[in-house]
Design a protein. Structure first.
Length: 181
């Protein structure tokens, strides 16, 4: 079997998890731990049942890669912990190569929604200034959110976007087109 193709049970779990998380994040601005924990556990179990030790290894690697990519963004206060845990759960379900496809599609969706939000809120100039400041502070190994509250996702001054929606759309597009078997 091609490792980039997912069995139907995986696709259903992935889409259901992503949809629930996206709707919940849009409505309440958080993603429940019980959803991400259950999805991660089911991803580990399904991968082990379907693909034995190789599946377990793939699920664990998917979790690890998602954590390596998303956890630094959480530490920089660029996203919430629920987003990190959701992507780790998706890594457990989809494995590393499929997770990367979902990650890229999620990034495209997030960039599109972010640009739309910045334009609608008339904060294009401020966003460019924030990007410059963010890069400058990171080059000097400083946490940007400490001096600019707009760069802290938990701040009321921040322009926030429910990333769970982007993750849901990225997952659905991946399942629909890239992970079809």
């Amino acid at each position: 079997m091609n490792p980039s193709l997912l069995p139907l049970a995986f696709k259903v779990l992935l889409v259901v998890t992503a949809l629930i998380a996206g709707v919940y994040d849009l409505r309440y601005r958080r993603i429940p731990n019980r959803l991400t924990l259950a999805a991660a556990a089911l991803g580990l179990i399904l991968n082990t049942l379907f693909f034995h030790w190789d599946g377990l290894g793939s699920a664990l690697l998917g979790i690890g890669i998602a954590m390596l990519v998303y956890f630094p963004l959480y530490l920089l206060r660029g996203m919430g912990a629920g987003d990190v845990k959701l992507m780790m759960a998706i890594g457990a379900i989809a494995g590393p190569s499929n997770w990367f496809q979902i990650f890229v599609l999620t990034a495209v969706c997030g960039a599109f929604f972010g640009l739309c939000l910045v334009v609608v809120k008339r904060r294009v100039y401020q966003t460019f200034l924030n990007c410059y400041f963010l890069l400058s502070e990171m080059c000097h190994l400083r946490a940007p959110h400490r001096t600019t509250p707009q760069l802290d996702v938990s701040s009321s001054e921040a322009l926030r976007l429910p990333h769970g929606v982007s993750i849901a759309l990225g997952s659905i597009v991946a399942v629909s087109f890239h992970l079809a078997g």
